[in-house]
Design a protein around this ligand. Structure first.
Ligand SMILES: *[C@@H]1O[C@H](CO)[C@@H](O)[C@H](O)[C@H]1NC(C)=O
Ligand SMILES: *[C@@H]1O[C@H](CO)[C@@H](O)[C@H](O)[C@H]1NC(C)=O
Length: 433
């Protein structure tokens, strides 16, 4: 019995016939791929690990971005922009310079403002005459607002009383009509107490409006996330710029943990002929580069842990990380608690109130082990979406304009916003002691 058929002679026809169905299949496949329905954005938001990040995750505008038109306001060209003098009263190498530059850029791009800028390190500043005279030279008397960042030149009589003064980054708040404090609990601090302010600013002093506004880093030009989906289990520790490398904590062994070392260089000195705020200035380029270096590390990190994580404060570093797609591990912030708790990896507050507690290695590893990688991708995306809505320069500017409006309408005193909460356990209670 023959179980196998004898080999048949293959004809030329059948040889040619084989590629034909194959080609048809190929074309059908290509058509199917091209016609494949797009992955719905909602699926990508729910599970970016599986479906990839939505197309706006990155430098593109997202549907969740802050937009002042979303609060019912026209952004039409203003015929009568408010004139504003930005007074950057910081040392030329202050770590606050990047936020001052971001503010300047924001005011320059908002068509509701006509901004000019002056600083003690501008070549146009005259060290021989008083601050008041310098400000007058910059035309402060015809301005609607003067926005002062920092108080490096002291708190003498600054004049220019026709303008509304806005201040931030000052050690002794309350001198301006509107004082912006960097954290809401600073409103409870000793320096912001009514009697302390009166004693400091003199008998003529009147209480203005004190409030706190969320930080807003430069986004999306500098701080934006990477689109590739990577493993999330790499932790980068960011020491403060002012901490000496010999005080950096020891990291656990292995490839999971690494440390960011900020540049130890000082910015270049400003030349006499150079406008420090022009894009060509070497001083400004230095700061942009520093921020880009930080942003690029944040983009590549899975988890960001900052020196001071034990304080649970929502500051600009946290905002930068969220905008860069890095998940922040921190003791949950007291202020804005409900909004931001679901967007971080919560660490427990250390038992001792040591200034420099040990790295929360065990705690963070434990928290990380309770999340899957897809859950972590989703967390990064959610934090990014919130940050692009609440922690961007235009939303901050809108907040400050709102505070000035409150002041103009007679609002004085302490303004607590956004579900403020603070407890005495946090160590900086203000009213607790
Ligand atoms: C902005 O202010 C400058 C003076 O600082 C003035 O020359 C210019 O006309 C102003 N621009 C607008 C649009 O008002
Ligand atoms: C801002 O406050 C100061 C001090 O309280 C006051 O002298 C000044 O008139 C205020 N500015 C305006 C525009 O009212």
């Amino acid at each position: 019995m023959r179980l196998t058929a004898p080999p048949r002679s293959t004809s030329l026809i059948s040889l040619l016939a084989l590629p034909l169905p194959l080609g048809v299949l190929c074309i059908a496949y290509l058509i199917a791929v091209a016609r494949r329905p797009e992955i719905p954005e909602s699926a990508q938001i729910e599970d970016p690990h599986q479906w990839g990040f939505p197309k706006w995750y990155g430098q593109q505008p997202s549907p969740f971005d802050f937009s002042s038109t979303s609060v019912g306001e026209d952004e039409e060209i203003c015929d009568h922009p408010k004139s504003i003098l930005l007074f950057i009263d910081l040392p030329y190498d202050s770590p606050l310079i990047p936020s001052a530059l971001t503010l300047l850029h924001t005011l320059q791009t908002a068509n509701r403002f006509n901004v000019s800028v002056i600083s003690t390190f501008s070549p146009t500043w005259d060290g021989q005459v008083s601050i008041r005279q310098n400000l007058q030279g910059a035309g402060c008397e015809t301005k609607d607002w003067i926005w002062r960042v920092g108080d490096n030149s002291g708190s003498s009589d600054l004049g220019c009383e026709k303008a509304i003064w806005v201040e931030e980054g000052v050690g002794k708040p309350g001198k301006a009509n509107v004082s912006l404090l960097s954290h809401p609990h600073h409103l409870l601090g000793k320096d912001a107490g009514y009697n302390a302010m009166k004693a400091f600013h003199g008998d003529q002093w009147e209480l203005g409006l004190l409030t706190s506004i969320l930080p807003a880093p430069n986004s999306p030009t500098i701080f934006y996330p990477a689109r590739r989906v990577t493993s999330r289990k790499s932790v980068v520790y960011f020491p403060s710029r002012t901490t000496s490398p010999k005080d950096y904590p020891r990291l656990p062994w292995g490839r999971i943990w690494s440390i960011y070392s900020p540049s130890r260089r000082s910015p270049p000195k400003i030349r006499a002929s150079e406008d420090p705020f022009s894009d060509k200035s070497a001083w400004k380029k230095f700061w942009v580069k520093e921020e880009q270096k930080l942003a690029s590390t944040m983009r590549d990190a899975g988890v960001c842990l900052f020196e001071g994580w034990q304080n649970g404060q929502l500051d600009d570093r946290i905002a930068k990380a969220m905008l860069s797609g890095c998940i922040v591990a921190t003791v949950p912030p007291k202020a804005h608690h409900d909004a931001f708790l679901p967007l971080i990896l919560p660490l427990s507050r250390p038992d001792s109130v040591a200034l420099q507690p040990k790295l929360p290695v065990h705690d963070l590893n434990h928290v990380l082990s309770t999340y899957t990688n897809p859950q972590l991708q989703r967390l990064a995306l959610k934090a990014f979406m919130t940050a692009r809505n609440r922690l961007v320069p235009m939303s901050r500017l809108k907040g400050v304009e709102g505070a000035v409006k409150v002041w103009e309408e007679g609002g004085r005193g302490y303004e607590f916003k956004d579900g403020f909460r603070w407890d005495c356990e946090a160590g900086e209670g203000g009213w607790c002691s």
